[in-house]
Design a protein around this ligand. Structure first.
Ligand SMILES: [Zn+2]
Length: 72
């Protein structure tokens, strides 16, 4: 179960991953303090969830510092 400071989706309340927080910053506003899950971001931008996941993979691949590098 989550850590004390886990962020929750502002729309649906689901606990967020670090990637979801990072992609919210990337897609909405680098200074965002409200974050959204992949499902809610996809609905907001009228794309499917895979498109959001592809964006995360893309930004990570170009070395965007918002995204923690994958170690595995
Ligand atoms: Zn949500």
């Amino acid at each position: 179960m989550g850590e004390a400071q886990a962020e929750k989706c502002q729309s649906c309340g689901r606990e967020l991953t670090a990637d979801e927080i990072a992609i919210t910053k990337r897609l909405i506003n680098r200074g965002a303090e409200s974050f959204y899950c992949i499902s809610c971001l996809a609905a907001w931008f009228e794309v499917n969830e895979q498109d959001i996941r592809d964006r995360i993979a893309y930004y990570r691949s170009i070395g965007c510092t918002l995204f923690e590098p994958k170690t595995e």
